[in-house]
Design a binder for this molecule. Structure first.
Ligand code: PEP
Ligand code: MN
Length: 265
């Protein structure tokens, strides 16, 4: 069980340092599943910034189930994220799948995301543990809480103390109505087991935009430290995860709804 105080993860961004942790205000990460082109990423960045987000998310390297599905624009997408960062001052969170891309991705990312499918890619965990950027570690879709915490330990043990845990839904037996089962019980459980900051991703957690706001609000009520929300200027045309992406208008409304609940710090 946890010993001692909650740790905080301090992330320098162009607009100032953002702190993740139990004793800090809620941190919002929003943006599209994939970086598709300059116009959409810059437009989305401006919209989520105006709504109050601190970080822009967007995939350059995408872990798609099918090798024939859109794989992300890779390095060129990183340059577009850099442009959006420059334009808005938002911090950038983007996924690393292959340690070969670590250097180029680190030039742009303020937080490096390790996706659900790589939660137990131990060589990759050791690599991000041996560098300085904070790491967002998503829960594997079938990972127990213990396996998830041990994956975080790989990063900590390699020398990087700046790890944020992100629940993104676990495999469900009922795929008919939701993509995953968002396990919000991890919020109190992780609080008692670890000192690390907690993020909830209701977008992958439910798979359907109409359920995202409800679960985001529930996560805030339960005390999450941060949220990750997929937002796309035109979800129907998205190259990945359109069905679970909020429009910027719906995201604006969610931010207002969340302000009412707030986070006890
Ligand atoms: C994502 O954040 O777009 C993503 C692929 O997430 P996960 O690894 O949780 O599936
Ligand atoms: Mn996605």
């Amino acid at each position: 069980y946890r010993h001692g105080e909650a740790s905080e993860v301090a992330v320098p961004t162009p607009a100032g340092t953002v702190y993740f942790g139990e004793h800090h205000p809620l941190v919002i990460t929003a943006g599209p599943c994939s970086v598709e082109n300059e116009e959409m990423i810059v437009e989305t960045a401006k919209r989520v910034k105006a709504a109050g987000a601190q970080f822009l998310r967007g995939g350059a390297y995408k872990p798609r189930t099918s090798p024939y599905a859109f794989q992300g624009h890779g390095e060129s997408a990183l340059h577009l994220l850099a442009a959006a960062r420059e334009e808005t001052g938002l911090g950038i969170i983007t996924e690393l799948m292959d340690s070969e891309d670590l250097e180029v991705l680190s030039n742009v990312a303020d937080v490096i995301q390790i996706g659900a499918r790589n939660m137990q890619n131990f060589p990759l965990l050791k690599k991000v543990g041996a560098q300085d950027k904070p790491v967002l570690l998503k829960r594997g879709m079938s990972a127990t809480i213990e396996e998830w915490i041990m994956a975080a330990e790989y990063i900590l043990a390699a020398g990087n103390p700046n790890v944020i845990l992100c629940e993104r839904g676990i495999r469900t037996f009922d795929r008919r109505y939701t993509r995953n089962t968002l396990d919000l019980s991890v919020i109190p459980v992780l609080r008692s087991l670890t000192h690390l900051p907690i993020m909830i991703d209701p977008s992958h957690g439910t798979g359907l935009a109409e359920y995202v706001p409800t679960m985001a609000l529930a996560a805030v009520a339960a005390g999450t430290d941060a949220l990750m929300i997929e937002v796309h200027p035109n979800p129907a045309k998205a190259l990945s995860d359109g069905p679970q992406s909020l429009t910027p208008e719906r995201f604006d409304r969610l931010m207002e709804e969340m302000a009412v609940i707030g986070k006890a710090v």
